[in-house]
Design a protein around this ligand. Structure first.
Ligand SMILES: [Zn+2]
Length: 295
């Protein structure tokens, strides 16, 4: 698979320093969709979503859904967060993570930890293939609530049956090797898990502190860089518990705005780094420009 889709080059690796850490965002791929509504908001009208899209110079109903994985290099560990679809890549426009990792100068043998935010296919597909872990020297870390939800496999919606099957094929056979964590746990030095339940039963976000700097990995809290910020109350069609996900989105974005945290989001367009500003209602995502090159 190639990241030179349609013969055109696009940026797929973006690296910056954060305190003593080096952050690498990797474009795992993208989907082009033709259903911004209802994909991004099941409880808004098509006209409302179109108005917001047009106001931000976006087409409607066409949209690009990005998948952006993050690699954290601390002085102690190389940590890969949600390394994409892997062997389960559903289209040639996805499955680019390993290519990006290599471009960043890392090999799969270098990875000390694979950290999973939740068990949807774009986040766990590359953890293992045919029962063999993709990153042979890595500890695999995942939230206990999330793991146990999929292990029980009860009350799974029709839409999520393929997700359950992938979990059973990919993560469940590695059960004995997993480290299960709780919200509030320090996963590695300076890296903390935060409860962001809703998008999935035990979805987590991660906050990194290094050398006086901080970074919040929103993971799937914000599926769209305009809609999820402007209207956090909108229900994303891929949220397993839309009510809980909306409340979580409001809480996490409030925190990011109050603390002026730089944020990365798995579905925020590449290079997926920016800030959150509060508005009277909702939030704005402010994409970063050169801040991190000067830091
Ligand atoms: Zn996702």
């Amino acid at each position: 698979m190639s990241s030179k889709d349609k013969g055109l080059v696009r940026p797929t690796v973006y690296q910056f320093a954060l305190g003593e850490a080096v952050i690498t965002n990797i474009l795992e791929g993208y989907f082009h969709r033709n259903d911004m509504h209802p994909f991004i908001a099941t409880n808004a009208t098509a006209a409302e979503v179109e108005e917001l899209a047009r106001a931000h110079h976006l087409p409607f109903p066409a949209m690009e859904h990005n998948f952006v994985a993050t690699v954290i290099k601390t002085p102690e560990k190389l940590i890969v967060v949600d390394p994409g679809f892997g062997a389960a890549a559903p289209a040639p426009s996805t499955g680019w993570f390993m290519n990006g990792l290599e471009k960043a100068g890392y090999s799969k043998d270098d990875v000390d930890m694979v950290l999973i935010s939740h068990c949807h296919p774009d986040h766990i597909g590359n953890v293992a293939a045919d029962g063999v872990a993709t990153f042979p020297n890595a500890e695999i870390v995942i939230g206990r609530t999330e793991f146990e939800f999929w292990k029980r496999g009860e009350n799974i919606s029709e839409m999520r049956q393929p997700t359950l099957a992938l979990f059973q094929k990919t993560l469940l056979p590695l059960e004995d090797q997993l480290r299960l964590i709780e919200p509030g746990d320090e996963i590695a030095s300076g890296l903390v898990a935060i409860n962001a339940f809703g998008h999935s039963a035990g979805h987590l976000v991660f906050k990194l502190s290094s050398g006086g700097k901080e970074l919040l990995l929103l993971n799937d809290t914000t599926p769209h860089f305009v809609a999820s910020f402007a209207n956090p109350e909108w229900h994303f069609s891929m949220d397993d518990d839309p009510q809980a996900a909306a409340a979580t989105r409001q809480r996490i974005l409030d925190m990011a705005a109050e603390e002026s945290l730089p944020v990365v989001g798995y579905h925020i367009p590449f290079p997926s780094i920016g800030f959150v500003n509060s508005r009277q209602q909702g939030f704005d995502f402010i994409p970063a420009s050169y801040q991190f090159q000067l830091a």
